[in-house]
Design a protein around this ligand. Structure first.
Ligand code: ZN
Length: 340
């Protein structure tokens, strides 16, 4: 079997999946890998490719950026491999060599498939909802449980003791191991609490994975009771903690401005009621003494200009929201005493 048997030979595969939510740009796969007949590591949804049109479905039309085009791993039934020139011996060799992985009876995946997608396929469905979004690098608060979409007609599922959330629904591309992006966002809106759900949408918008038209399509698929959430999204939010903090402040009735540039201080995450700066700190973005020194000096300049600064840490915004909002209320009460 030569290269000509490889699916979508010559398509523009520019990005490969290298793990949960991480992407790297890559040259087209080497010919040797194409020649094994199932070599494309991620099925890229370059809109011009047949593969993208097929697997991207509705999503492709709504994706804002090629840099974050949706990708899905392909599931290969044995018959599909045979039809492309494979023999049982070649399949056996590819599995032994790790180029193919057998997820379940009659379902093969590329050897580089990520663990979550493989697990979902092994169970008998597609990686979906928050699990699929986490794979794409979109913020979700909790992704420990595997969310899997399974056809309503599915028989026995191989959960094998895993903590799995099953989404029973039909549809979806049968040869894709991952749901499309808009379906994943729709499911995540239903599966998460409203604040987390909005933070997820903010993240998808901020990453350029979805545009306003895509967002409209997500909400078209959602029940009426959730439509109110659409106007709460903000693509400027740079992290999930920022999104949730913004929503907590709005809920408390504060006047909140996001990403405000203050002369002498620089850009701050939030300016509340015109005097309180809130910076959402996380270990990932604010580690190291040098960074802490810069932050403290920024706070010092801000204080000299009459601003107060509060720096809640991300884990408290996620898990200890009462404590965070008690701090905000305390600062506001103090301000009221100082400036009645
Ligand atoms: Zn879910």
């Amino acid at each position: 079997m030569g290269a000509a048997h490889g699916p979508n030979r010559g398509s523009a595969f520019r990005i490969s999946c290298i793990g949960h939510g991480r992407w790297r740009h890559a040259s087209p796969p080497p010919q040797a890998r194409i020649s094994d007949g199932c070599a494309q590591s991620a099925v890229e949804a370059a809109p011009t490719t047949a593969r993208g049109a097929k697997l991207g479905t509705v999503t492709t039309a709504h994706v804002a950026s090629m840099e974050h085009a949706p990708a899905a791993w392909r599931v290969w039934p044995r018959a599909a491999l045979y039809s492309e020139g494979w023999t049982w011996r070649l399949i056996d060799r590819a599995v032994t060599a790790g180029r193919l992985r057998r997820a379940r009876r009659d379902a093969y995946l590329h050897g580089d498939v990520d663990a979550a997608t493989f697990a979902a396929c092994r169970i008998g469905g597609q990686l979906a909802c928050v699990s699929e979004l986490a794979r794409r690098g979109v913020f979700v608060l909790e992704a420990n449980r595997l969310h899997v979409r399974v056809p309503e007609t599915a028989g026995r599922l191989r959960c094998e003791g895993r903590d799995v959330r099953i989404h029973w629904s039909g549809g979806g591309e049968r040869d894709a191991a991952n749901v499309d992006l808009l379906d994943a966002l729709r499911d995540a809106m239903l599966c998460q609490q409203p604040l987390e759900a909005i933070a997820t949408l903010d993240s998808a918008l901020h990453l350029g994975l979805v545009d306003e038209a895509g967002l409209a399509e997500v909400f078209r698929r959602l029940p009426r009771r959730l439509q109110i959430l659409r106007r709460l999204t903000d693509a400027a939010a740079e992290a999930g903690s920022e999104s949730i903090m913004r929503l907590l402040l709005r809920k408390a009735g504060c006047h909140v401005q996001s990403q405000v540039r203050i002369p002498g201080v620089g850009r701050v995450d939030f300016l509340v009621d015109g005097w309180l700066i809130i910076e959402c700190d996380s270990e990932a973005h604010h580690g190291g003494w040098e960074k802490q020194r810069r932050d403290k000096r920024r706070d010092q300049v801000a204080a000299s200009l009459g601003y107060a600064t509060y720096r809640p840490i991300a884990e408290d915004i996620f898990w200890h929201r009462d404590a965070v909002m008690a701090a905000v209320r305390g600062l506001c009460a103090m301000r009221a005493v100082v400036r009645p």
